[in-house]
Design a protein. Structure first.
Length: 138
């Protein structure tokens, strides 16, 4: 015996037992299945089958978030290991290097959006990064 979720043309969902798949198909084609709620004989198999993994659909965005987090963490790790932290002196340091007053090196630090805009307008290559405070635990 197989239990099928069925739906009538009035969108009533109900379940019915059939000896096998073919019997179910046959009875539906012959309109020998009746909706227990309204008596309609226009019955089809419900698309709300219990085996459709709706949970995995919900998980998809979560795993995307995880991926983004992983990439962010990689960037953070790379920057922390290879770049020098200059804190809020970042705009000064970046400017000094751009105008060759200082030796070129990879730095990271904090700046305001306004300062970052000024730097970009001056042709200084700055990149926004995920939160990179070295004091933070991650
Ligand atoms: Zn019905």
């Amino acid at each position: 015996m197989i239990k099928y979720s069925l739906i009538c043309d009035q969108e009533h969902n109900f379940e019915a037992w059939f000896s096998d798949y073919d019997t179910c198909q046959k009875q539906l084609e012959e309109s020998s299945v009746e909706c227990p709620l309204c008596g309609s004989k226009k019955i089809s198999k419900s698309i709300m089958a219990p085996n459709i993994p709706s949970k995995s659909n919900q998980k998809a965005p979560k795993s995307d978030v995880k991926k983004v987090e992983m990439v962010m963490n990689k960037i953070k790790k790379h920057v922390k290991e290879n770049y020098e932290y200059v804190g809020d002196k970042f705009p000064d340091e970046a400017r000094a290097m751009h105008y060759e007053e200082k030796e070129q090196k990879d730095i990271y630090g904090e700046t305001t959006v306004e300062e970052a805009k000024d730097l970009i307008e001056e042709g200084i290559n700055v990149q926004p990064l995920p939160s990179l405070n070295p004091k933070s635990k991650n």
